[in-house]
Design a protein around this ligand. Sequence first.
Ligand code: CAA
Ligand code: NAD
Length: 578
Amino acid sequence: MTMPRVAVIGAGTMGHGIAELFAIAGYEVHLTDILQEILDKALKSIEESLKKVKERGLLKEDVSAVLSRIKPFVNDVCGAVGGVELVVEAVVEDIEVKKRVFAEADRCAPPEAVLATNTSSLPITEIAEAVRPDRRPKVVGMHFFNPPVLMPLVEIVKGKYTNDETVKKVVDYTKKLGKEPVVVNKDVPGFIVNRILARLNDSACWLVARGLATPETVDAVAMYKVGLPMGVFLLLDFVGIDVACFVAEAMRKRGFGGGSCPVIAEKCQQKKYGVKAGEGFYKYPAPGKFTRPNIPKELSDKLDPVALFAPAVNEAAYLLRDGVATREDIDKAVKLGLNWPKGPLELADEMGIDTVVKALEEWTSMGFKELAPDPLLLQLAKEGKLGRKTGEGFYKYAKSVVIAVTETLEKLYGEPIKQLESLITATGVPVYRDPRSGALLWVDVREMRLRFTLSVNKLEKFVEGLQRGRLMYTQCRRCGAKYFPPQVDCPRCKTSDVEWRETSTEGELITWTVINVKPASFSHHGDYVVGIVKMPDGFNVTAWIDADPKALKPGMKVRLVVDRRLGENYITYWFKPA
Ligand code: CAA
Ligand code: NAD
């Protein structure tokens, strides 16, 4: 049986990663670029990346077996596309170059082959016009995210001529690569994710240009307050500021409103392109060598996240209103394409639609006419659909935490409660203090029910425990039963006379398995080792095990690790072999 064959044209940042993905999925990959040395460098990067994938236990085959499926073609688009079923073009973001490549691929590829472009911003329809009319229905956008091996999303963009069969085929290819597809119904500049990202880049840039923030402050807010994996300026450095400038310029040429902000443009002029140049907004040890800069967490209090994110939310509202994608797909695309913990519409609901509208009005009053609140936001605000706090915004919510807490207290006291003071929401457990009694109230996210206690001491201990990022359990003082996860009341004897304790940091591995976590439910997709660990404190904990499953043995000691890399929102507990 012959191996299915694909061609990848362009072996740069994106092309080499896309080639790697197809090779992992079992395809023979014809990889072409204009120079031998670019192909050599690409193959070396693919090998390094494959080794990392292997180390993480995500590759069954040997690295060399996967590599042997990638065949380099030097400056030979025609040779590379011979006998392939799919061509993915990832050459520079220049419409003329792309058109030439497509004309050549059309001439030499089998008539049934699909021709896809990884363009970030250029019109699929215009690229399709470079091929013969009978091929145009087979031209489509297949937009990967950087780095393709790690980012779960592929945007599949329909041009004017793209037919449904082509979209279906590319959806199938995407799934075979282990990625999640989102279909973009209209060929708008920047599709979904880059439009939303462009608004965030712009607002960040103007906040700095107007002296209201520094790049570090913006990045601290984005990472530590909102939970993005990289700050706005750090991501610009990571992607390449030159790429961002090309993309922004191409989008502006096609009518995407907004002026060019000097802070990013200056870096482009100075050729300080970010990681690839060794310097951008931050400095790196050497060109191409990425290390995370130190961005102090304290800075995250110096800027209102709503001012920074409102323009991105506005763009998402426009995309929804214009039918470019569904509400769920817009949020999914941003969560999987940029690894945000929440989509922009979910964020809007959390921030409050009225608060977002107000922030946009402020931007507009400063002369940013393109940031006038979208009619959809205005309509939601008018209807009182302000997001989580009212039970409905872009999405419907069972009942907002604040409303549930307020209603419970009102029932208890028989009179209205004016305002609840929120103590902590960052750990994902919202806790409110009732100003009258001092009682602390919180929603048990596991059981989805409201719990409250007048025993302030105990709940504060619980919250403190979360803040410190330790694993806590409770022990009933009456019957001695231990509960993990902790319980405010002892479920057995119904008393709140429980003691809060920290677990030991070492346990014994009983059993484990590898599970596949699907992207739709969790932003970190892929295979994970999940094990049961017996703690000396007398209970079993089900947890992630950070190790190659082959290295695990029953009875081995494992040590608790708390990961707070992504800020307080994302405390993760896992175990490593001790
Ligand atoms: N190949 C294989 N594995 C790799 C790798 C590679 N090239 N690079 C890193 N890894 C592995 C690491 O070894 C590490 O593994 P362990 O957890 O086992 O140690 C794991 O991946 C995570 O890497 P890091 O710990 O180094 O870094 P991280 O936790 O910050 O994750 C990231 C990296 C996934 C890139 C994350 O920072 C992130 O999501 N950043 C945002 C990226 C983003 O938004 N991309 C889209 C840009 S926009 C775009 O692409 C569209 C456009 O058109 C311009
Ligand atoms: P890059 O500059 O790293 O790579 C482009 C490669 O194309 C270069 O190696 C170049 O030599 C090669 N090339 C140019 N003309 C060619 C031709 N005629 N035939 C064969 N190869 C040719 O750029 P990149 O960042 O990989 O971007 C490639 C495409 O992917 C662009 O359309 C870009 O907008 C898009 N994209 C980039 C990113 C990103 O974060 N960098 C993310 C998603 C999509």
